[in-house]
Design a protein around this ligand. Structure first.
Ligand SMILES: NC(=O)C1=CN([C@@H]2O[C@H](COP(=O)(O)OP(=O)(O)OC[C@H]3O[C@@H](n4cnc5c(N)ncnc54)[C@H](O)[C@@H]3O)[C@@H](O)[C@H]2O)C=CC1
Ligand SMILES: O=C(O)CCC(=O)C(=O)O
Length: 524
């Protein structure tokens, strides 16, 4: 049974496919309510209320995936997720329209004083002169962060006859041209915009992008909006400029601390606020819950996820092509690790032939996770393999080569360790399967599975017979056996496969023979 914890409120219609799956047990409770059972859950679905911290990852020892029903993942410690090998996915576009519409509604309300006027009429006042507003038409709207939401706001602003100024260091010329906007510098936007709205993620570079100093560069009487994340507009800086009258008004859906506690911003008449409602529509909630549900179901079924934050994203088509190499790479990493029981400094992977045209970074991580999984005592997978390698001082690299060794596709891993190097080559033959075709300088051909015995020996008469006799004396049946040599009478290797693990006494006995250089067991 797979256990899924849904710890924030979510559209039950969106969650329905998870609720309907007979092999999945869905628990809809807060983290605190299931404190004693946290170790059971395979998947966690959240909105923004649950703080997914390093501490939570430590408690959720079985966790494999966190699904964020929304865009911003600032409530999830991505680095800790990666370290613990947990995939993080989000629902990137399910709430774009709702948030753009909310921002627009806030902008119109701010400039026409609708919330304030509403309160007075309901208090039996009829004060028309106090609420003279400002038109949006002809005003310059500065959009900081021109992604999905920023783009939708621009479309709406254009219809309202506004001029649009955009600042986004990652905006491509193509996208800007397609939407008909031009990217300017932050200073140009600040000095020319009548209204400024922020739509970036909350990251180190955007925290306080509008602050005491930058707001001072804006036009006197500017309006500011934040429907993205609290902290993108520094609250202290904003309060300063509301108090000195430089800012005419602000509309805030988000706060540095939510819900706001003793927040001075709530005392200003020209500040209008909503309780983080950008994505709170029936449509957006259904969209985001349905998106993460589908992604989590795909992931739990071993299918690719399309919106991962800490994994390369793959389409189903690409994933199907990669899968054989993914499994081969994992086994190759595992074999090398078991054959090289010494500290390792470097793992270099080379791709040749058709595999080189695929998303090799994913295959590299699979190989690395197979390699590290055989030598560290924590969960290693494609998510955290790079980080764990780095932590342990192992550098890794990948290279595409145009060499032609005669295989349709070839993976080669070269591992450099203390006084020892090891090279392994593998290929995947369609409709036939994975084959290991080279160990160091030896050509060989075996299917990497089960219990293997790798023997380095001298190419002399009687060695193979002696190995066979020892195994026979111990009643061990050889499933398959491959030999390889460089030259007659020189160094040679054997790779034997068995149906069950071998005893240490047997491998010690084999190692004691003069013509046998080394004996290594490999369990796959
Ligand atoms: N109030 C609410 O309920 C909601 C809030 N949000 C917030 O809105 C944010 C934006 O959402 P989307 O448009 O979907 O994300 P997005 O990823 O499509 O767009 C973000 C844009 O910010 C830009 N950016 C990154 N660093 C920047 C910098 N230093 N300066 C200027 N621009 C920068 C990126 O290039 C990107 O184009 C989310 O990160 C989330 O925090 C999203 C949905 C609902
Ligand atoms: O879950 C929510 O309603 C908040 C949505 C949000 O802020 C986001 O998607 O980034």
């Amino acid at each position: 049974m797979i256990h899924v914890l849904v710890s924030d409120s979510m559209s039950s219609e969106g969650l329905q496919p998870l609720l309907d799956a007979s092999h999945i047990n869905v628990v809809q409770k807060t983290v605190e309510e299931v404190e004693d059972e946290l170790h059971l859950f395979d998947a966690l679905l959240v909105r923004s209320a649950t703080k997914v911290t390093e501490d939570l990852f430590k408690k959720m020892t079985n966790l494999k995936i966190v699904g964020r029903a929304g865009v911003g993942v600032d409530n999830i410690d991505i680095e800790a997720a990666t370290k613990h090998g947990v995939v993080v996915i989000n629902a990137p576009n399910g709430n774009t329209i709702s948030t753009a519409e909310h921002t627009f509604a806030m902008m119109a309300s701010l400039l026409r004083h609708i919330p304030q006027a509403n309160v007075t009429v309901k208090s039996n006042e009829w004060n028309r002169t106090a609420f003279v507003g400002t038109e949006l038409y002809g005003k310059s709207l500065g959009i900081i962060g021109f992604g999905r939401i920023g783009g939708e706001i621009a479309k709406r602003a254009r219809v309202f006859g506004m001029n649009i100024l955009v600042f986004d260091p990652f905006l491509t010329k193509d996208r800007a041209e397609k939407i008909g906007v031009s990217n300017c510098t932050l200073d140009e936007l600040l000095t020319n915009a009548d209204i400024i709205t922020v739509h970036t993620p909350l990251i180190k570079e955007t925290r306080g992008i509008l602050n005491k100093e930058t707001i001072a560069k804006t036009k006197k009487g500017v309006y500011l909006l934040n429907c993205a994340r609290g902290g993108i507009i520094d609250e202290t800086g904003l309060i300063h400029h509301l108090e000195n009258g430089h800012v005419a008004g602000a509309a805030l859906d988000v706060f540095e601390v939510e819900p706001p506690v003793n927040n001075k911003l709530l005392k200003f008449d020209n500040v209008i606020v909503t309780p983080h409602l950008g994505a709170s529509t029936k449509e957006a909630q259904l969209n985001v819950a349905a998106q993460v549900t589908q992604e989590v179901l795909n992931f739990l079924d071993g299918k690719p996820v399309t919106s991962s934050i800490n994994l390369p994203t793959l389409t189903k088509e690409l994933f199907d092509k990669i899968q054989p190499f993914y499994h081969l790479a994992k086994k190759m990493g595992n074999i090398v690790s078991q054959c090289m029981k010494v500290p390792v400094q470097e793992v270099a992977i080379q791709y040749e032939g058709s595999v080189a045209e695929l998303e090799t970074s994913f295959i590299t991580k699979a190989l690395l996770s197979g390699f590290l999984g055989a030598r560290v005592d924590i969960t290693v997978n494609e998510v955290n393999a790079g980080m764990i390698a780095k932590e342990r001082g192992i550098t890794f690299s990948e290279k595409i080569t145009t060499n032609n060794s005669g295989y349709e596709n070839l993976l080669e891993v070269r591992v450099i360790g203390d006084n020892q190097n090891f090279v392994l080559r593998g290929t995947h033959v369609p409709h036939y399967g994975e084959r290991i075709v080279g160990i160091n300088d030896f050509n060989i051909d075996f299917y990497p599975t089960g219990y293997l015995l790798y023997i380095q020996h001298q190419d002399k008469p009687g060695v193979i017979g002696r190995v066979g006799k020892v195994l026979g004396d111990h009643e061990v049946n050889i499933a398959t056996m491959q030999v390889g040599r460089k030259e007659k009478g020189g160094e040679a290797i054997m790779m034997l496969a068995f149906d069950r693990p071998l005893d240490d006494t047997l491998t010690s006995q084999l190692s004691s023979y003069d013509d046998i250089v080394s004996v290594k067991t490999i369990d796959l």
